[in-house]
Design a protein around this ligand. Sequence first.
Ligand SMILES: [Cu+2]
Length: 504
Amino acid sequence: VVCLLTAVFCLVPQTARAHGGATSAPQAVTYDVGGLQIRAVLGAVSRVPGTMLIDLSLTAPASREVPVAVRAWASVESTRPADPMSTVRLLPGDAGPYPTQVRVDRAGPWDIELELAKDVGAVSTARIPVTVTLPLEDPAETSRSIFYAAAGLIAVTGPAVAVLARRRSRRVPAVAMAVTVPATVCALAVAVTLSVVRLPPVDPAADDGGSGAAAALAANPAHVNVGLAAVAGQPRVGRPTVLEFVLTDGSTGQPVDDVKPHHEALLHVAVIGTSAQDFAHVHPARVAPGRYRLAWTPTGPGPHDVEIELTRGLPGQSTDLGNQVIERTIQVAGRTTAGRSSGPAPAPVGGLGKRRVAGLAVDVRATGPLVAGEPVGFEATVTDAGRPVGLAPWLGMTGHLMIRNPRTELFAHVHAIGPMAPVPALAGVRTDGMDPMEQQLFSVRGRDAVPDEPMTAQDDGPAAGDSVIRFAYTFPAAGRYDAWMQFRPGDRVVTVPLRLEVTR
Ligand SMILES: [Cu+2]
């Protein structure tokens, strides 16, 4: 019966509802929710019942106090959150971090819910999927302990029973002998063997390629279908709307909930209008398994390409199944509203060279001509009144570069070369994190690799290297490309729209 049940269980197709994330190591998830960009760092859980430490921080501080209720839900289907919930008050002008904690009483899938005050906007709730894994979960160790205990018990009691029976001159029943003697021999053999031959410990994080389903998934990650719709009809220029993303598995049709945080978000979404200035890099909030929502106010009319970037993973494991970029288009009604008063003026679109963006001087250079099929390096220096600007990490690194060719529908998301956050203050060119091709592109010879950098009298201030970001990319074909370079000088994100001509 047991064999039959096992066989049936193995034959039941695995659904795509596996939970994302893991707490075997701290993980960061960023959501655009309630008009804020909130980054939550979830700490590892060492035992259950126990606490999960959570730090909330903001890319840009709130303009007024915003209370956030933080709750842990024991599973996606649970109707009752674990007690107690905690409340964080995001203060005006303070980007955090705001430390808090929730209580978890079991291993397995959890949802960490952030509920902002209702008046922050249409999307005020977000849930972070996390799989609580405990560090001492080692099935091999447990089974070995049971073996030792049982073997020891039999090895002691077997001969003891026989000796006692002999002493009292009673005949030991034949059945007892028939059981005890072989059992004793077996137990001794097992105990001796196990104590001599140490089985290799099982590392749950490394248990991926072994199981058939996991190996099959890793070899052929199922495509994600993304349904995209505006919740309240067609979006209009200047009118706040809510976009809903519904993720289903390409093979099972089940909601996709095994999305892993990559570069500190579950979904990275670029919304690109017909003008290069009509661009947003955002992170929709997960509201339910496979369901994400984004509050969005279109700034331009016409078709908008929505590039959705995600990585699926196996629950509780470090393995990921590779990146997918899914493109959708959404139509925006209305007309271009020249000279809108709300928000800062859009940055000018330009090629390589110097420009002013958001009060900063940005100089974008390339290591060589932009030729199809040849690697090229981009380098941007950000200064404020001639002084280097310290760039803070954003989404795990110092800079992002999105590249788009509307004619060929190419979309690329390139990350700044260099170490992942937290970025220490370094002077000159960072060679750690550069591969040989990148080192060659930037012809790294040491500090003199950045001649334009004002490096005098700055030894104790923000390091010069912190105001320079570098990217490497190979354009696949000639043509005109739109690109957006993004970085974070302090408590805001600056976007530099670029128009690049690539020759054959
Ligand atoms: Cu992103």
